[in-house]
Design a protein around this ligand. Sequence first.
Ligand code: UDP
Ligand code: MG
Length: 302
Amino acid sequence: MLSVVIPAYNEEQMLPRAVKVLDELLTSQQIPYEMIFVDDGSKDHTWDEICEAHRNNEHVRGIHFSRNFGKEAAIFAGLSESRGDCSAVIDCDLQHPPGTLVEMYRLWEKGYEVVEGSKRTRGKESAAHRAATGIFYRIMSRAVKIDMTHASDFKLLDRKAVESILEMPERNAFFRAMSAWIGFRHASVEFDVQEREAGESKWSTRRLISYAVSNIVGYSTAPMQFVTGAGIVVFVLAVVLGIQTLVRYCTGHAVEGFTTVILLILLIGSVIMFSLGIIGYYIARIYEEVKGRPKYIISRKI
Ligand code: UDP
Ligand code: MG
């Protein structure tokens, strides 16, 4: 059986369409399935729609979070509820073409254990957004040592892969990177990101930036190495300037006045503050993980 995990946050408009499209497609392809909708603490009638879909179709199941925990948490909750031999994750807004899901399933039948959906085109995005995601994925790709520039959350995982992802204890999970990190027999399928038909994107620029920062800190120690790098640069400058100052002092031409001192203090001060900030992000992450709170809280299930 195929378990389809569908995170949904304020998707009352798209949810009935998603149920209909997926049901028709999977039935016509004779793929046994269950659909697990994870209502990520929606403020609209998403939960009612899930209940309604459940009444009409016994393959539909639902989980309701006590508040909004984010898409990553929703994916994890769906995966841990899934009972299929393989589980797929797909967006509720049908931006991930359901036809590709069938392609993924066929690859799984051929023995692939992790089938990744890879974005051929990214759909409508601003130039700034494109540039920022470019930098983000370059850092992430280096951190997990796998090219992630076309990564998406649209994936199909074998039971074994699902289990190994669920076993990872970290609270601040990044599904895209984890599925690449676990290994297994990989295959990827290209798809074009579709236009959203109704409702709106839940990702504000601010939310995306904080998501990016938390994932970089979660998977890469590159920013920490930047601190070391900055330290080395400042040290080299210090040696050069130190020698020059001494020579000038000995030859009786010592620089006088505050300007040099002020510039140096400002420069070194900002390098130190910046470095402390970076280390602070890591400490915050450690603190979050050590608290060991659950990733999500489920309030209702059907
Ligand atoms: N989503 C979620 N929780 C959130 C934000 C989004 O479960 O806090 C779901 C949303 O319902 C959708 C998917 O994640 O099924 C992708 O969200 P969206 O379409 O807003 O993102 P975009 O396609 O713009 O990247
Ligand atoms: Mg979307």
